[in-house]
Write a protein that binds this ligand. Structure first.
Ligand SMILES: C[S@@+](CC[C@H](N)C(=O)[O-])C[C@H]1O[C@@H](n2cnc3c(N)ncnc32)[C@H](O)[C@@H]1O
Length: 261
């Protein structure tokens, strides 16, 4: 991670400070975002504390203030990917994620998509319910996303096949030789292996209790940004999003973190 890139964030919000890209800032993200210039971030990939599942050194998680801060710093056409799951409390799901999604809409974000992060392997078994194998990835945008580079996957069938062709006036159902596509746009359910070697190979990152897969961050960065765009994670934990901002072409990033992470 370079610390020599001294380009500043764009924007002329009165009172806005210049924040250097490609740096980690240790700060409360609500205070930090209030000091950032408005409308400067192209993509945020972040994940909040889930309900009160963990105590992150007592730092407060003020969801509404964070949501409003994200709305303020996101560019028109910019995207926020909010990776979130629910605690199971007294035998039922809290649905905090749903409430958060609705709040994001209330303050002006579009719920562009509700994607699923499926875990290929998961330890969260319940004795009276099916094993939980997913979290949500809310894809929020300010207006329509300005960038979409769809990721693709191989099709099951490819090569040449005789395929039905439109009927003519004779009502005969003709077939013609056509080449099937080798690749198709992925669905909005993305599956990742989790745990050491899946989430990351970085042992130091695992000192953090709730790391999301580095490929998840990379896939969203590839999907929603162009080279040179600003990627941000206000609650970066072990630093997964900042570590994965360097896709070919070099996206630049700014972010914050807390001392415990
Ligand atoms: C679910 S974890 C994020 C993990 C991260 N995505 C990763 O891959 O390592 C949530 C993080 O938010 C941080 N956090 C909570 N409240 C915060 C705040 N007000 N400002 C900055 N960070 C905060 C916590 O310290 C924790 O590291």
């Amino acid at each position: 991670m370079s610390t020599t890139d001294t380009r500043q964030m764009a924007g002329t919000e009165p009172g806005g400070m210049s924040i250097t890209r490609n740096r980690l800032y240790v700060a409360d993200c609500v205070e930090f975002m209030a000091r950032m210039d408005a409308g400067t971030v192209d993509l945020t990939v972040t994940s909040p504390p889930y309900d009160n599942l963990r105590n992150y050194n007592g730092y407060s998680f003020d969801f509404e203030a964070i949501a409003r801060g994200l709305f303020r710093v996101t560019k028109a056409g910019g995207v926020v990917v909010w990776v979130v799951g629910d605690k199971i409390d007294a035998g039922q799901r809290t649905l905090s994620s749903f409430r958060q999604g609705l709040f994001f809409q209330e303050i002006g974000f579009r719920m562009h998509d509700v994607m699923i992060y499926r875990k290929k392997n998961t330890p969260f078994m319940r004795s009276n319910a099916y094993t939980n194998a997913y979290e949500f990835m809310f894809v929020l945008s300010r207006g329509s996303p300005k960038t979409f580079n769809p990721l693709t996957e191989p099709t099951v069938r490819s090569g040449y096949e005789m395929l039905p062709h439109n009927k003519g006036p004779d009502a005969v159902n003709n077939k013609v030789l056509k080449e099937l596509k080798k690749e198709k746009t992925r669905t909005n359910i993305w599956a990742y292996a989790v745990g050491m070697g899946g989430t990351t190979r970085d042992k130091v990152a695992f000192r953090h209790p709730a790391v999301f897969p580095e490929k998840l961050a990379a896939d969203h960065i590839l999907s929603w940004t162009e080279p040179g765009d600003l990627v941000f994670d206000p609650m970066c934990g072990s630093g997964t999003t900042p570590r994965w901002h360097c896709w070919p072409g070099g996206t630049t990033s700014g972010w914050t973190s807390l001392p415990n992470t």
